[in-house]
Design a protein around this ligand. Structure first.
Ligand code: CO8
Length: 374
């Protein structure tokens, strides 16, 4: 069977960052205004008073300290509380395509690849900017790549599902080299007025080049030893935004048209599911899970990753073994594990093995086991 490698990755990080303190100050100003504006209704019991948020809670419950965002002013403006990203004309690159191109160029440079070396572009992410034409075809056009492109969405697991799709296309001979791009503007679908979730997400874009081992000229590439996906239906992470919203205008603006979750339940149900996935996958690949040198896990919650790391390695993972990017990036949906892989893989040695693992809405989870190549 053909050997497949990850030969390069790239990350686009937005220039602006918001700290927990800044986000909480804005949220609490909104709460104060709401409670003042609704004072009488609150006193008469018609309306429930809102509770303030706290930076300490956010860090303790999630490990998040900051998040990069595509627009800071709109999010922090108490009268807006949403990123403001003006609509572009059809002749300009879309925002998702623009960030994709920046991450893609870094991945191509690291993989020593030119546009003519790439056969397919997959855009795999949680929230697509429009129905069609596909963002991937726009990215393909902006980079001057022949071949084909298509978009796919498996929420937080989009990158590993995209990696498996690319891997299988290369194995089958359908393509020799595939680029997977994960542009995530999570703040566009986050309810910044919801105390339970206003702190969770940030924005970023990652890109990955997957190709045949024979064509790889990059130093420090990673052989893909195996890929495994699982899904299991759950309503605990949900977003009911969609093209049919306008057909039911009475509920079109409801809070469920943004990200909603039962965070506690997700935590409890997903940790065992993911630990089992990684342990069984590594074992079936002939590896001792405890011998994995690095866990590039989905970055949703530090506590979750600590639990998974402990189950897989049989002991508390060190900071190096299970890198945490949450403190700077927050949850960036599908891009999180790839940001961790991009930033924390160069130090490993030839022959070292690790796992890129994502998990999230669906539920969905993907495991990609890799070994450092010469
Ligand atoms: N400030 C202060 N206190 C708060 C706040 C706040 N902001 N929010 C809640 N509290 C309080 C609660 O009121 C509660 O108080 P009490 O005990 O008195 O009732 C207490 O804190 C504890 O609340 P929770 O039980 O809700 O808190 P948790 O400890 O469970 O932490 C988390 C909440 C951080 C959300 C945690 O449950 C978690 O991270 N769970 C995992 C979630 C997860 O992994 N989700 C994956 C989703 S991502 C995904 O799949 C991608 C979707 C697509 C992306 C779309 C982009 C928008």
């Amino acid at each position: 069977m053909a050997k497949v490698v990850i030969s390069g990755t790239g990350v686009f990080t937005p220039p602006n960052s918001i700290s927990n303190e800044e986000l909480v100050a804005s949220f609490n100003a909104y709460v104060e205004k709401f409670n003042t504006d609704n004072k009488e209704a609150i006193e008469s019991g018609e309306v429930e008073a809102l509770n303030p948020s706290s930076a300490e809670f956010i860090y303790k419950a999630s490990g998040i300290e900051n998040r990069y965002v595509m627009n800071k002013e709109g999010i922090l403006d108490v009268d807006v509380m949403c990123p403001r990203l003006p609509e572009r004309s059809n002749d300009e690159p879309s925002i998702l395509a623009e960030m994709s191109v920046i991450a893609a160029k870094e991945a191509m440079a690291r993989a020593n690849k030119k546009p003519e070396d790439i056969d397919a572009v997959l855009v795999a992410c949680s929230n697509l900017q429009r129905a069609y034409p596909a963002i991937s075809i726009e990215v393909q056009n902006l980079l001057g790549i022949d071949g084909f492109g298509f978009d796919m969405n498996v929420a937080c697991s989009s990158a590993t599902f995209g990696l498996k799709t690319a891997h299988d296309m290369v194995i089958s001979g359908g393509a020799d080299c595939v680029m997977v791009v994960d542009p995530e503007i999570c703040t566009g679908h986050l309810n910044f007025r919801d105390r339970d979730s206003h702190f969770i997400f940030g924005d970023v874009c990652t890109a990955i080049i997957v190709e045949r081992d024979e064509t790889c000229t990059a130093e420090g590439a990673w052989e893909v030893l195996g890929t495994r996906l699982i899904t299991q239906f759950s309503n605990n992470i949900r977003n009911n935004f969609g093209f049919l919203n306008r057909t039911a205008p009475e509920t079109a603006q409801d809070a469920d048209k943004l990200f909603v979750q039962e965070g506690r339940k997700v935590f409890k149900e997903v940790v065992p599911m993911v630990s089992k996935l990684i342990i069984e996958h590594a074992t079936d690949e002939g590896l001792e899970p405890t011998a994995l040198k690095r866990l590039w896990l989905h970055q949703a919650n530090k506590g979750m990753n600590d639990f998974i790391g402990k189950k897989v390695l049989g002991r508390e993972p060190s900071v190096e073994e299970s890198p945490n990017i949450l403190k700077d990036y927050a949850n960036t949906s599908s891009a999180g594990s790839i940001v961790a892989f991009n930033k924390y893989s160069d130090d490993l040695k030839e022959g070292d093995t690790g796992v890129i693992c994502s998990f999230g809405a669906g539920y969905s989870a993907g495991s990609v086991i890799v070994r450092k190549r010469a």
